[in-house]
Design a protein. Structure first.
Length: 270
């Protein structure tokens, strides 16, 4: 009886979670008038006019490329800094190691919006305001604390005997990092990449403030402007939302096993 109740609750939760996505997906292939007059999850007929209108008359395609390129640069900066830093904190014993780790752990609690006014002023003084890839520095910095925190947890779970064996066999620190620690931390790195990707891809406020030019808008900001002054084209908006959600959905489907493994390992090891 308990199992039936549990599966019933999980099924209801799954349906409630999937319904908004299925509703938007259905509306993406329907005209706005049909959306407002017919409540159904199955379109009367599948019409790709919304996607054609989206590609030809809006800034969404350019914004999509902006989001892809900015996210890619941000993730590259993040991984190139967080992985070596986590390696140093987790595998070496030095006086300030724990203090540095606690600093990053506490930095996770600081909301990005609380430092946005200071970030805006700094970018304005440095002449980076409105530059397309300048915002990647901010995204990488925002995601650095949680990335270091998670990666240190993964790397500390790797037995130190492997370090000693590798050093005895003649490995230098570079080889130890690249050939031993990095491969064993791949699930943690994938987890960090996924979490950072979702956060950067969905960001709205930082991109709105630091990228005021229309040509540099990211996808989340462009979606907010993809409507007329006196009328909302719900079909086109639904197509734009599908356009925005598709990369995250595809990424999850490709990496779902590594995500589950990484999150489970991060939860029980440390």
């Amino acid at each position: 009886m308990r199992r039936v109740l549990l599966y019933g609750v999980l099924t209801a939760h799954a349906l409630l979670t999937l319904f908004p996505f299925l509703w938007v997906l259905s509306n993406a292939f329907r005209e706005s008038d049909a959306i407002l007059t017919s409540l159904t999850l199955w379109p009367e007929h599948f019409d790709g006019a919304n996607f054609i209108h989206l590609m030809q008359t809006t800034n969404i395609p350019r914004a999509f490329w902006n989001s892809v390129s900015i996210t890619a640069v941000s993730l590259a900066l993040l991984i190139s800094t967080s992985v070596p830093l986590a390696f140093a904190i987790a595998r070496f014993r030095f006086r300030l190691a724990e203090y540095v780790y606690v600093f990053f752990a506490l930095a996770v609690l600081v909301p990005a919006v609380s430092v946005l006014p200071m970030t805006f002023r700094l970018f304005n003084d440095l002449g980076l305001l409105g530059t397309k890839y300048g915002i990647a520095l901010i995204y990488a910095t925002e995601q650095l604390p949680i990335s270091v925190f998670l990666l240190v947890t993964f790397m500390r779970a790797i037995p130190h005997e492997l370090d000693e064996a590798a050093l005895i066999d003649g490995c230098g620190l570079g080889d130890l990092f690249l050939r031993v620690i990095l491969p064993l931390s791949r699930n943690g790195i994938v987890t960090v990449l996924i979490l950072a990707f979702v956060a950067i891809w969905n960001d709205y406020l930082t991109a709105l403030v630091l990228l005021p030019d229309q040509q540099n808008r990211t996808l989340s900001v462009a979606l907010a402007f993809a409507k007329d002054e006196y009328r909302v084209d719900y079909g086109m908006m639904s197509a734009a939302i599908v356009f925005a959600v598709a990369p995250m959905l595809l990424l999850y489907l490709v990496l779902k096993e590594r995500i589950a493994t990484g999150m489970a390992a991060g939860a029980v090891k440390g």
